[in-house]
Design a protein around this ligand. Structure first.
Ligand code: BES
Ligand code: ZN
Length: 638
């Protein structure tokens, strides 16, 4: 097939014509060219205090500037000066906050005169950020070391408006800098290209030299140290975890980065570090540029959870360079990233491993669609976000795994992996540092593969691009995962044996799981979960037979075992469920377990209530709210 390289050029983007309903800001009227945060961390009062300076340029005449903020922010004064210079005098500008949505409000500055198109000016906001959904203050008890407090920010999707006033839309990108003053004995890190410590003043200076959307600005301050694990990588963690962190990822991160570069083009972010968060961190990983934040659950001791790092590294191209223009197009970030992650693991670990891992992803999508019903509106790739709906409330497996299927389908249409890889590079090159809609991506695809366009592939009955984007339901195309059969077959077979009414112990014993990879065990447990409840007594026998699986320290295995325990009402192991919920606060582990408990026996429901009252304060506010919702629902619908 003839491939025509489309030269990067400024096309008119669909993303320029849509609005982001999740932002109250006037981001279409002004261009943000740079912002600077000058903040001091006050652990006693749990406040970040200081000033933010925004450099703006007027794009459409306007006398009001609206920024996204949150009721947890308070403002001391707001000034402005025309021109870029810091020398001229600051004039005060009248401002007010207005309600916008449950997740934020609007800060409206009213200037005496309208700004003329092309005028540059500076706004300086003196403010304090308290305990907002984006700024998480942890007591010493909630850290690994238990000695010092900790604070971190988590911006995605719309939480950074409680960290600093901003255009809180992924449609807007800007460079930034920051000066963070911390108490003696603390270290600050940020999603920034450069990190510098001014020892005498306990101050850390950051510069981000590449434009990024507001949701990718991140800060963490605590008792944090670092160790080198590669030529451009360090791991950061509390002192008690740093050895384990170094051991888990020493030497391998560079392989992930260089494989990514071979596939998708230059890694533009200079550094790639990993910060191991306290256990209540609600995600497996968060792709903050230059420094991914991850759950300490990744420290499995055997590198078995490196996929999460590979996933976050993949966002360096898909998400952080080419960004979804609004949260209804989230699949562009996550679907392409899942595809990129699996391209990297195919190169590094082979297709058997990758297909097995993809099969566990498909199982998650199946579970999700079974719970919601296939035709639930969230089971479309393009989600219609209604004004007022918190984008985080729409989070589910569809953008990840159905998105992965769609990108795999696009590759399947091309029919040649190396040509599709070349397309991905061209796609990144075309849209780097921009924010786009699916239409931009798909138009580019059809322009790149002109013969496919001539064939009208976008209109193939049942597989129309429009159907992919706008029809809920199971993916109309599934990539072939049969290269994983050699790893899946034994697990399928064993699951079948354990599902039987009378157990064939001889056949069961003949299958030796000792040599199985973690993802084989995960896959097996998913199958068992699908067959649960098993005939009486089987789970008990299984738990005795496979201590490696049921006593595992690996969090992915723990999650599955907990789900099986609950679904089978195997009360002897309820204590494990309780312990797992106490030991970490990842949303993707916590919610499925509470859902299962709440839909389970009386004892399971009691366990849910007891455990939540013990762990509530440690959980991220969003996770708290989601658990509360589950515990307030009727059992059958949990
Ligand atoms: N960007 C996401 C995490 C996220 C999504 C935070 C939406 C807030 C709102 C991150 O890249 C992610 O997908 N993490 C996964 C990793 C997994 C798919 C390998 C996670 O946390 O489980
Ligand atoms: Zn992701």
């Amino acid at each position: 097939m003839a491939v025509s390289q489309v030269a990067p050029q400024s096309r008119r983007l669909h993303s320029e014509r849509v609005v982001d309903v999740a932002s109250a800001s006037s981001y279409r009227h002004f261009r943000l060219t740079h912002f600077h945060l000058e903040l001091e961390v006050d652990f006693e009062r749990q406040r970040l205090r200081g000033t933010e300076t925004l450099e703006l340029c007027c794009l459409q005449e306007a006398s009001r500037l609206t920024l996204d903020v949150h009721p947890s922010l308070s403002f001391q004064s707001i000034g402005y000066r025309a021109g870029g210079g810091a020398g001229s005098k600051l004039a005060q500008v009248p401002y007010e906050t207005q309600p916008f949505a449950s997740y934020g409000s609007a800060l409206v500055l009213s200037f005496p005169e309208p700004w003329k198109v092309g005028t540059e000016f500076q706004v300086q906001i003196e403010y304090e950020a308290g305990e907002g959904p984006g700024v998480c203050w942890l007591s010493p008890k909630q850290t690994a070391g238990k000695q010092k407090p900790y604070v971190y920010t988590q911006g995605q999707a719309v939480l950074n408006r409680s960290f600093f006033p901003c255009f809180d839309t992924p449609a807007v990108k800007s460079i930034y800098s920051a000066t963070i003053k911390v108490p003696e004995g603390f270290t600050a890190v940020m999603s920034a290209t450069s990190w510098e410590k001014r020892g005498k003043e306990n101050t850390f200076i950051f510069k981000m030299l590449q434009p990024i959307p507001a949701y990718l600005v991140a800060l963490a301050v605590g008792d944090i140290v670092s160790a080198e694990v590669g030529p451009r990588s360090r791991v950061w963690a509390e002192p008690s975890l740093i050895q384990a962190a170094k051991q888990e990822f020493d030497g391998v991160i560079e392989d992930f980065l260089s494989t990514g570069e071979k596939l998708f083009g230059p890694y533009v972010w200079e550094r790639y570090d990993v910060l191991f968060m306290p256990p209540s961190f609600p995600f497996g990983g968060m792709e903050n540029p230059c420094i991914t934040f991850v759950t300490p659950c990744l420290l499995a001791g055997d590198r078995s959870l490196a996929d999460v790092i590979i996933h976050e590294i993949s966002h360096s191209w898909f998400g952080n360079l080419v960004t979804n223009a609004n949260w209804g197009e989230f699949w562009l970030n996550e679907g392409f990233t899942m595809y990129a992650q699996r391209r990297i693991t195919t190169v590094l670990y082979g297709s058997a491993y990758t297909c097995l891992e993809a099969a566990t992803g498909r199982a998650l999508l199946r579970q999700h669609m079974d719970t919601t019903g296939e035709d639930h509106p969230l089971n479309k790739l393009r989600v219609k976000l209604e004004p007022g709906v918190d984008p985080d409330d729409t989070y589910n497996e569809t953008p990840y795994e159905k998105g992965y299927c769609f990108v795999s389908y696009l590759a399947h249409l091309v029919g040649d992996q190396s040509k599709f890889d070349a397309f991905l590079q061209a796609y990144v090159n075309q849209f780097k540092f921009q924010s786009i809609m699916a239409d931009d991506a798909l138009e580019f695809y059809l322009d790149y593969f002109k013969e496919l366009k001539k064939e009208g592939v976008e209109r193939k009955p049942g597989l129309e691009f429009d159907t992919w984007l706008n029809t809920p339901g199971w993916p109309p195309y599934l990539p072939d995962l049969s290269p994983g059969d050699s790893l899946m077959k034994p697990a399928d077979e064993l699951a079948k044996l354990w599902g039987a009414g009378s157990l064939n112990m001889e056949a069961i014993k003949a299958i030796d799981i000792c040599t199985w990879k973690t993802y084989q065990l995960v896959y097996f447990l998913d199958k068992i979960l699908g067959k649960s409840p098993l005939p009486d007594g089987n789970v008990e026998k299984m738990s005795k037979m496979y201590p490696k699986m049921t006593e595992a320290s690996n969090a992915e295995l723990k999650l599955r075992w907990c789900q099986i325990v609950i679904k089978n009402n195997h009360q002897a192991d309820f204590v494990k469920v309780k312990h797992f919920l106490h030991s970490q606060g990842k949303q993707k582990y916590t919610l499925p377990i509470y859902r299962a408990l709440w839909g389970g026996s009386e004892a399971a429901r009691t366990l849910a209530i007891e455990t939540f009252s013990g762990t509530e304060a440690q959980l991220h506010v969003n996770v708290q709210n989601y658990v509360r919702k589950i515990l307030a629902s009727k059992a059958a619908t949990a």
